[in-house]
Design a protein around this ligand. Structure first.
Ligand code: IVH
Length: 313
């Protein structure tokens, strides 16, 4: 085996274990074993600087801090979500869905939804080209965001490279968040340094992503989940299929989502997670309910602010 082959094999192995650890929270090797793999990779790359690529696991932190952030226009605006505050408001959301679909043709006999946790962080759009992460942009005002690629690259839950059958171009959207343990650690450090504490994990995550020093971002311990595919090339039939596809590409998908046949199954999910969500290692601020079928979503459309096919409970 040549060193180049050894390098490629080692990178694949490390990516596999990063995914198990950061995206699935299910590591199969110890931290020391993982560090050993990284040390071997660094050593090999030091011997062959010409073989170091930007998507190598050793290259998460770029050399120099960015000079401010460039503004980037989103391909498709990043909308916000309407809210439902009670079971009855959830049912009213469903009635509206049925009404719009009925006025537009034959209403479906039943509508399937996907219910998932609403992650309390800041939204981000990630672009992959030929499987490599090329850009991370914040939501900003929904139309334009800030290019925070250098910071996004330091988040270990975000793969620098997708699985082999990735499409040529793929945009996924999701949430960057600070796990509770990392939040507590950050505030302890700030207290020790006599700096003002972060009010909550979301503020800490947002403040960290605005930092111009990727090395500082890397050490904060941010994480991420993705919940939307905006690719043009690939089009799964619905959201459940898109969630599975993103997971199979190696992207971090929060695993507790559920496909619900009808609104009463959604109400049950929201009840179940009303308490359970507090036991997670990250902050959630509710449940997001989305029409599963993309063809129905298209018929439902959006207002200037919200899609008509989703609501936040
Ligand atoms: S879907 C078109 N799913 O909540 C709307 N959003 O209040 C697409 N959020 O800006 C958003 N968890 O930053 C969606 N599982 C989830 C989410 C989620 C958190 C955030 C997102 C959005 C905000 C809307």
């Amino acid at each position: 085996m040549t060193d180049a082959e050894r390098l490629a094999e080692l990178r694949d192995l490390i990516r596999h274990h990063e995914h198990r650890y950061y995206a699935l929270a299910a590591p199969t090797i110890s931290d020391a074993e993982f560090d050993g793999l990284m040390a071997r990779l660094r050593e090999l790359e030091a011997r062959h600087p010409e073989l170091v690529t930007a998507d190598s696991p050793t290259q998460r932190v770029g050399g120099r801090p960015a000079e401010g952030f460039a503004t980037v226009e989103h391909l498709v605006p990043m909308l916000s979500l309407d809210n439902a505050y009670s079971d009855d408001e959830l049912r009213a959301f469903h009635e509206r869905v049925i009404r719009v679909l009925a006025s537009d043709g034959a209403p479906p006999p039943e509508v399937a939804y996907v219910a998932e946790l609403k992650i309390d962080g800041l939204s981000i759009a990630l672009t992959y080209e030929d499987g490599a992460l090329v850009r991370g942009v914040t939501r900003g005002d929904g139309v334009r965001g800030e290019d925070v690629t250098g910071n996004a690259r330091t988040i270990r839950a975000i793969p620098l490279r997708l699985a082999r059958d990735a499409p040529g171009r793929l945009e996924v959207r999701g949430e960057v968040y600070l796990p509770r343990a990392a939040f507590d650690r950050a505030n302890q450090e700030r207290e020790d340094a006599e700096e003002p504490a972060f009010a909550n994990p979301r503020n800490a995550a947002a403040g960290t992503m605005r930092s111009l020093d990727p090395a500082a971002v890397a050490s904060r311990g941010l994480s991420a989940f993705v919940y939307q595919m905006v690719s043009e090339g690939e089009r799964p039939a619905g959201h459940a299929a898109a969630m599975e596809r993103m997971r199979d590409l190696g992207l971090p998908v929060e695993p507790n989502w559920r496909r619900c046949e009808g609104i009463e199954a959604v109400v049950a999910y929201c009840r179940e997670w009303g308490d359970r969500r507090h036991a997670m290692g990250f902050d959630t601020d509710g449940v997001v309910v989305k029409v599963d079928d993309f063809a129905l979503r298209e018929r439902l459309g959006a207002t200037t602010k919200f899609p008509r096919w989703a609501t936040a409970f």
